[in-house]
Ligand binder design. Structure first.
Ligand code: NAD
Length: 271
């Protein structure tokens, strides 16, 4: 399993993790248990997903040493003024004593409190309750403002990113500032993108599925990637992306699928 180094002393994140948005609370424990059995060691949840309890039960009953796991959750938009309390509440729901990564879920510019939220995350990081802190859905101006007005550079920015929306400017900004790029909806939510004939063609060339081709593209770009599935065969399939290599022409063919179309909200407007 590949891991990437965060800008936080020595902390590494598995490059491939498992995301649980839209996994219902009652199914989360089973889904995460399956993912852990398949070999995933990084789990991405959020308060707003409503499934932190199930994620925590799966993690605690897995028998896997806590220091071999990487658990991420996120601060929701209505709690920017109380990041530390919200963190403790998430930790209690997860039943864990520390987190590996805590993210501000959205900058929510109309509220204009993300700088205050980030200062709360900085205090949490300094207290040792969380090994790394980062953001999600931050634009370049929002990142620049954090870097100008606070002390710690976010370790990661988790953003919508898939072949139809590859975000080259934001990725370049991250790279220039030592911020890792984490791709959400990496498979384009399984809608449309995976039916593209270009991916089917690359799939037959490499003996892989379109989903595996897309995940491999993310890995070779250097993204952290957190695909979601509740189907046991797909959970395994999505984890099996380290045994082949896309060549530069393959990467370019996938790069040509950029339509500039988002699936989710525009972070400059949302919240
Ligand atoms: P995704 O791109 O991972 O797609 C998931 C869907 O694709 C599945 O529900 C299924 O329908 C399909 N799929 C999965 N594996 C497949 C396979 N092997 N073959 C065919 N179809 C397959 O979408 P996502 O769930 O939106 O994103 C992944 C994770 O990113 C989420 O679970 C969550 O953890 C995170 N996320 C974060 C934010 C944010 O604002 N930070 C927003 C959305 C998602």
């Amino acid at each position: 399993m590949n891991s990437l180094l965060l800008n936080t002393d020595g902390v590494q994140i598995p490059q491939l993790g498992y995301g649980v948005w839209q996994v219902p609370a009652g199914e989360a424990e089973e889904a995460v248990s399956l993912a852990l059995q398949a070999g995933y060691r990084s789990i991405d949840t959020a308060k707003i997903y409503g499934n932190e309890e199930g994620v925590g039960r799966a993690v605690r009953s897995s028998g896997i040493a806590r220091d071999k796991l990487f658990i991420t959750t996120k601060l929701w938009n209505d709690e920017h003024h109380r990041a530390e309390e919200a963190f403790e509440e998430s930790l209690a729901r997860l039943g864990l004593d520390h987190l590996d990564l805590f993210l501000i879920h959205w900058p929510a510019p109309s509220q204009d409190r993300y700088v205050e939220a980030w200062k709360g995350l900085e205090r949490l990081y300094r207290s040792g309750r969380v090994r790394a802190i980062g953001v999600s859905n931050f634009t370049i101006p929002a990142l620049e403002r954090l870097m100008n007005e606070t002390e710690i550079v976010p370790s990661i920015n988790q953003i919508e990113l898939h072949p139809n929306f590859p975000q080259p400017e934001l990725r370049a900004f991250h790279e220039a500032n030592g911020i890792l790029t984490e791709a959400w909806s990496p498979l384009g939510q399984g809608r449309g993108l995976l039916d593209d004939p270009a991916l089917a063609q690359l799939g037959s060339k490499h003996g892989r599925t379109p989903a595996q081709i897309v995940l491999r593209w993310h890995i070779q770009l250097g993204n952290v990637v957190i695909p979601k599935s509740v189907t046991p065969a797909r959970i395994k399939e999505n984890f099996d992306v380290f045994g082949f290599i896309l060549d530069p022409e393959d990467m370019a063919a996938i790069g040509a699928l950029n339509t500039g179309t988002r699936l989710g909200p525009d972070p400059a407007q949302f919240g």
